[in-house]
Design a protein. Structure first.
Length: 95
């Protein structure tokens, strides 16, 4: 089984976050972990995310807007710490 790490960065995304999470939860493939990195949203993004009790959704809330690149790096770092492997197009696995 391949377990997939999904990283998304949000900032004031309350108008789209429910649709995103619902679409993810409705997928046939269930072996995933979402790292949702929030960059200091001032709208209801965090309240909306809190409504989802799925343990595959891991919220990484920040006190300041760290931006898209730093947010992705934070999510990748947490995913690696949790045992996921980061791969680029130049890498491959030999069986």
């Amino acid at each position: 089984m391949i377990k997939l790490a999904i990283i998304t960065v949000t900032h004031n995304s309350s108008s789209v976050i429910n649709e995103f999470l619902q679409a993810l939860l409705e997928q046939d493939y269930i072996h995933w972990q979402l790292y949702l990195v929030d960059s200091a949203s001032s709208d209801d993004t965090l309240l909306e995310v809190a409504k989802y009790a799925d343990p595959r959704i891991k919220l990484l809330a920040n006190q300041s807007n760290i931006g898209f690149a730093a947010g992705n790096n934070l999510g990748i770092g947490q995913a690696i710490a949790d045992g996921y492997v980061e791969m680029t197009a130049e890498e491959f696995i030999n069986k």
